[in-house]
Design a protein around this ligand. Structure first.
Ligand code: NIG
Ligand code: FE
Length: 419
């Protein structure tokens, strides 16, 4: 058995709960001053005031600790869950990013052979080892910012071989470094050139060949689709996601990002685990998400910022009782950043979210968006000991120290993995 004791934390700040938070409850952050956390074998066994936790340990006769951390002057929050990323790819698209700053649109670039297809070309050429090294260095960037769980998608192969290679590398990475990775198959990221003008043929390949293979080899937990103008329409997305659900996958959607195709409505009806982007979501769809209560609304402010789009209507979603998560969308095209400080700054200053709501969105609701809220996303007894020490005594410094990484230490499954 291994254990860890953290004492004298100025402020333990955490949402509380085993499921996603709805509506105003998102602002409900439990604060413990002079707090302590006791961890055994990677699981939180006790949390509360330092004197109370110490008394209980004494009563149980526990006095030997593998590691003791005195966190005076620091706040502790749950490890962040970045629940939507495309971090595994080869090649970069700096020219395209620059063209966008000068006025070209994301879809114009994509239709001219750039965009996702450009990354598909370079990812198809990359070996498993190259991809693994790239993935590892990006995961290290994330951990330094307090991310302890990340979702990672395929979608830069589009052919069977490269998609499976991406998924296998994600699996290997999951076992070879500290972060937990929730894995998503996103073959429906674009229609590959081999199937130009034959989206139906590509759907058939995914449904009849690729999905069963992924299921058999247990390579992914989720299936995602880019439901948007010029990519996959409502009916095609529905066909794919129904087939995925029938095979036992959980599903996610890129919905209402560039155009509104009623993607969020489909996500609500099909009980998707999350509906992501939602820049163009309609009020009717917000009502549907809120009534069904099964789907997390995952907002990706860095993407809206880099595409110079409006931000998704976070306030309307939260005030309508939807569970909102925030994530980076880390990818080489629309959001070449995994910056947690940037997400926090945009969400608080541009999307009118409170710091409490932002914390819930980046932890408990992020965990719900990868179906892991039972084990992750809050500092509570029985949950995984994934938490982050800040350089300051109050969690609101996460927004106050604008754009700056205030993470001092990171504990993942009870082990110090960054300091
Ligand atoms: O979430 N919208 C689709 N996919 C990504 C962008 C991927 C890319 O441009 O490489 C997104 O924005
Ligand atoms: Fe995305």
């Amino acid at each position: 058995m291994s254990n860890l004791l953290v004492i004298h934390v100025d402020q333990i700040a955490t949402p509380v709960g085993k499921t996603m938070k709805h509506g105003l409850a998102m602002d409900d952050i439990q604060i413990t001053t002079d707090g302590a956390i006791y961890v055994e074998d990677g699981i939180i066994v006790n949390v509360g005031k330092t004197d109370e936790v110490l008394t209980q340990l004494r009563i149980k006769g526990i006095s030997d600790f593998d590691e003791v951390i005195d966190a005076k002057g620091q706040a502790v929050v749950p490890g962040f869950v970045d629940s939507h990323t495309h971090f595994l790819y080869a090649g970069y698209r700096v020219e395209e990013f620059y063209a966008r700053v000068s006025g070209s649109s994301y879809m114009e670039i994509m239709n001219n052979g750039g965009g996702i297809q450009a990354t598909v070309d370079s990812t198809r050429e990359a070996t498993e080892e190259e991809l693994k090294a790239l993935g590892m260095s990006r995961l290290n960037e994330m951990i330094e910012q307090g991310v302890t769980t990340v979702e990672g998608k395929s979608g830069y192969g589009l052919d069977t071989e490269t998609e499976l290679r991406q998924l296998r590398v994600l699996q290997e990475l999951n076992f070879s470094q500290p972060l937990d990775i929730a894995i998503t198959y996103l073959g429906a990221h674009a229609v590959p050139l081999e199937f130009q003008n034959d989206a139906a043929g590509y759907l058939k390949l995914m449904i009849e060949e690729i999905l069963p293979k992924i299921k058999k080899e247990k390579l992914a937990e989720f299936v995602d689709v880019f439901c948007d103008e010029g990519v996959f329409d409502y009916k095609q997305s529905q066909e794919l996601l129904v087939a995925a659900k029938n095979l036992g996958f959980k599903v996610k959607m890129h919905a209402d990002e560039i155009a509104n195709l009623n993607g969020a409505e489909l996500a609500a009806n099909i009980q998707a685990t999350s509906a992501d982007h939602l820049i163009k979501i309609s009020s009717e769809e917000i009502t549907q998400l809120s009534e069904k209560k099964q789907t997390v609304a995952t907002l990706l402010p860095c993407t809206a910022f880099c595409l110079q789009e409006n931000f998704a209507p976070a306030r309307e979603l939260i005030d309508s009782d939807c569970a909102v998560a925030l994530a980076s969308d880390y990818n080489p095209g629309s959001s070449f950043t995994c910056s947690i400080p940037l997400i926090i700054a945009l969400a608080t200053f541009k999307m009118q979210m409170t710091m409490g709501e932002v914390l819930t969105a980046l932890t408990l609701n992020g965990a719900a968006a990868v179906n892991a809220a039972e084990k992750k996303g809050s500092i509570e007894v029985g949950k995984d000991a994934d938490f982050v020490f800040l350089k300051y005594p109050d969690y609101r410094y996460l927004m106050y120290n604008t754009g700056i990484n205030v993470v001092k230490k990171v504990v993942k499954s009870g082990k110090l993995v960054f300091e």
